[in-house]
Design a binder for this molecule. Structure first.
Ligand SMILES: [Zn+2]
Length: 421
């Protein structure tokens, strides 16, 4: 497979130099106008590649179609496959004036990003770099994030599409492409209409380490605990005041110290996490983020918290409490398990590219999780990037090339196997 590496790198460098940071406090959609600068550029570049059906939707999504190269009779047996990436970068770190640095032919040891000695990529803290000996590594200059999340995914999809257009003998069904906005502020699918998109299955190209395929996300709820006390002039409060701040604080201090928190859990362990606390004597509100990989685990944690709250409230008869659960999102595995071939074909595509597939989980959510529950099963494929949302973000050019290769294998596998499972 002859993929044009130089063009892929040029694309990536072009995209990361456009500031597309999203903003969680904005009331517009997309949350920042500047995201559309990249969206519009992608419309133009898709047309230049030779894609005829390209659209910038009212909400700023780029939708495009790469037509099938199969004989007509297969049109119904090969499903339309979607490829998805997002244009925005995280609000956590500036993405303005990104200055990329290419460290050629990595030979081990630390990669210094700037004069700041803490900004080093090294095998001790970044074990994935050990698999990149001889690779060309792209970082920022240490003053901004790099934006590999998710511009690497965009460059890899664009490169695969370019390849497929220029190699019309490659057999594949119809492919739909979506570049979304506002993924980093949890709004990436807010106006995404799976019907209009028209794919039966899709893949986000938004993961990290080469070879990884993510098919699980957290199940997530938000619990809002409200404690009501009794306020009265503090000078005359004896036996009358009930301070809700103290009751709410008691709830927080009674949480386990050695488990069930983000700072004490990893891998498959869930947590319950007090995230915000607003309080006055009369009323205090704690917002908890509850996470687990199963719904049962989620409900267990919620029951634990609710019991803890009611046992504390028993000591304060004049106080009262409210316990509200809001559903955020669910593990996409519950959906993907019904379509094992969606995962199997991606695994096979990774193998065909010469990598060892590793099926992994995301300790968070993805747009793919939301899409899966909207009727579009969507696992997540690696980009080759690391340390997302930080100034220490890095990516290997050789791994990016592998991601493009995986996409090209994947659409061919769908054409070979059709819907046969
Ligand atoms: Zn991302």
């Amino acid at each position: 497979m002859k993929i044009n590496q130089q063009k892929m790198v040029e694309r990536f460098l072009r995209y990361i130099q456009i500031d597309t940071q999203s903003n969680e406090n904005s009331t517009t959609y997309p949350s920042t106008e500047k995201q559309l600068v990249l969206s519009k550029l992608l419309v133009k570049e898709l047309k230049e590649i030779g894609i005829k059906t390209v659209e910038l939707t009212d909400h700023g999504y780029v939708f495009a179609t790469l037509p099938s190269t199969l004989p007509k009779k297969h049109d119904k047996t090969v499903p339309v496959i979607g490829l998805i990436a997002h244009v925005d970068t995280s609000p956590d770190v500036s993405g303005s004036g990104v200055t990329p640095v290419i460290h050629q032919n990595y030979q081990g040891g630390g990669i210094r990003l700037s004069k700041d000695p803490s900004l080093v990529i090294q095998p001790e803290t970044d074990p994935a770099i050990k698999n990149c000996l001889g690779h060309d590594i792209i970082t920022s200059d240490g003053t901004t994030l790099l934006g590999a999340d998710n511009k690497a995914g965009i460059a890899e999809i664009m490169t695969a599409v370019d390849y497929l257009v220029n190699n019309p003998d490659t057999q594949h069904g119809e492919i739909r492409i979506a570049f979304t906005v506002d993924e980093e502020v949890g709004q990436g699918t807010k106006h995404f209409d799976p019907k209009k998109f028209g794919a039966k299955y899709a893949y986000t190209i938004d993961g990290e380490t080469a070879g990884e395929l993510e098919i699980e996300t957290f199940c997530a709820d938000t619990v809002i605990v409200t404690v009501k006390g009794v306020n009265i002039h503090p000078g005359y409060a004896k036996d009358k005041m009930v301070n809700s701040i103290k009751i709410a604080a008691e709830l927080i201090t009674q949480l386990p110290k050695d488990r069930m928190s983000p700072e004490t859990t990893e891998k498959r362990e869930g947590y319950l996490h007090p995230n915000t606390f607003t309080a006055n004597v009369e009323e205090s509100t704690i917002k908890f983020l509850i996470r687990d990989f199963t719904v049962e685990g989620l409900k267990e944690r919620e029951a634990y918290l609710e019991n803890l709250l009611s046992s504390i409230l028993k000591k304060y008869p004049k106080a009262s409490g409210k316990f509200q659960v809001e559903e955020s999102y669910r593990n996409m595995r519950y959906i993907l398990d019904n379509y094992p071939h969606v995962t199997d074909y991606a695994r096979e595509a990774i193998e065909r590219s010469g990598l060892k597939p590793s099926i992994s989980l995301i300790r968070g959510g993805t747009d793919g999780a939301r899409l899966s529950y909207m009727g579009l099963p969507t696992p997540n494929i690696f980009t080759g990037g690391h340390n997302f949302h930080s100034k220490r973000e890095w990516i290997s050019i050789q791994d990016m090339l592998k991601a493009s290769e995986v996409i090209i294998h994947l659409v061919q596998i769908w054409a070979e196997k059709r819907e046969k499972v």
